[in-house]
Ligand binder design. Structure first.
Ligand SMILES: C[S@@+](CC[C@H](N)C(=O)[O-])C[C@H]1O[C@@H](n2cnc3c(N)ncnc32)[C@H](O)[C@@H]1O
Length: 212
């Protein structure tokens, strides 16, 4: 770690995150949870919480409309959305260690454990906003999970996806988004390329899909 707190190279956990298998992912977050925020926020200047919150502000006015933070992790997005006036936040993650830290923020109305690659126990059209920030990746959540994410959105609601460019370049996510648009399920309201993990030289995308 440098004197200003930045982490580079193969310190910490982040450098392993694009090279793990589904079997290892839960244990990876159990091991990382306690130092996750320090590494990503202080060490690597994680840009997605601000970028995704900016996208919410452009498409869903702050207030009490319900938002689901899928793969909420330690609650970094919940903190940013809460600072910007979003007050009804639910969080889902399959890591008990990450969920415990999200719970400690005191900012979520409900938090529960579920695998985002499977059917979600959430009624159709429950949410005005859904976030999937940092969850689409190798050994994490796959493009087909978008069907469930769209199902739990109200018509007119928005799904905000923050994703690293390495996984976008893997090539399964954007064809799935295009398929939802072609089927008339969603409209791509935005797709923006920019910072993801600037201190590590990784860029990323923010996609905004509006449920039709
Ligand atoms: C890189 S972290 C992102 C956390 C948070 N959204 C953020 O951006 O800081 C990925 C999160 O997704 C969760 N996750 C990975 N695969 C999952 C799955 N199949 N179902 C539910 N959660 C999953 C992990 O437990 C972890 O908390």
């Amino acid at each position: 770690m440098t004197s200003d707190g930045a982490i580079s190279g193969d310190e910490g956990f982040y450098h392993q995150a694009y090279d793990i298998t589904e079997e290892r992912t839960k244990q990876f977050y159990a091991d990382w949870a306690a130092t996750y925020d320090k590494e990503l926020v202080d060490g690597r200047d994680y840009a997605q919480p601000a970028r995704c919150a900016d996208a919410f502000e452009r498409h869903l006015a702050p207030g009490g409309e319900p938002i689901a933070d899928l793969g909420c992790g330690t609650g970094l997005l919940g903190r940013t959305l809460s600072e910007r006036g979003y007050t009804t936040l639910d969080g889902v993650d399959y890591s008990p260690e990450m969920l415990a830290l999200a719970r400690a923020t005191g900012l979520y109305r409900r938090l529960w454990s579920a695998d985002l690659n499977e059917a979600l126990d959430i009624p159709n059209g429950t949410y005005a906003g859904v976030a999937a920030m940092g969850v689409f990746s190798f050994g994490h959540v796959y493009a087909d999970a978008l069907d469930e994410m769209m199902r739990i959105l109200r018509p007119g609601g928005v799904l905000i996806i923050g994703v690293n460019e390495v996984f976008v370049n893997e090539g399964t996510l954007t064809p799935k988004i295009d398929g939802l648009a072609a089927a008339g399920t969603a409209e791509v309201a935005e797709s923006g390329y920019g910072d993801h993990m600037p201190e590590s030289g990784v860029n990323g995308w923010v996609y905004v899909l509006r449920r039709t």
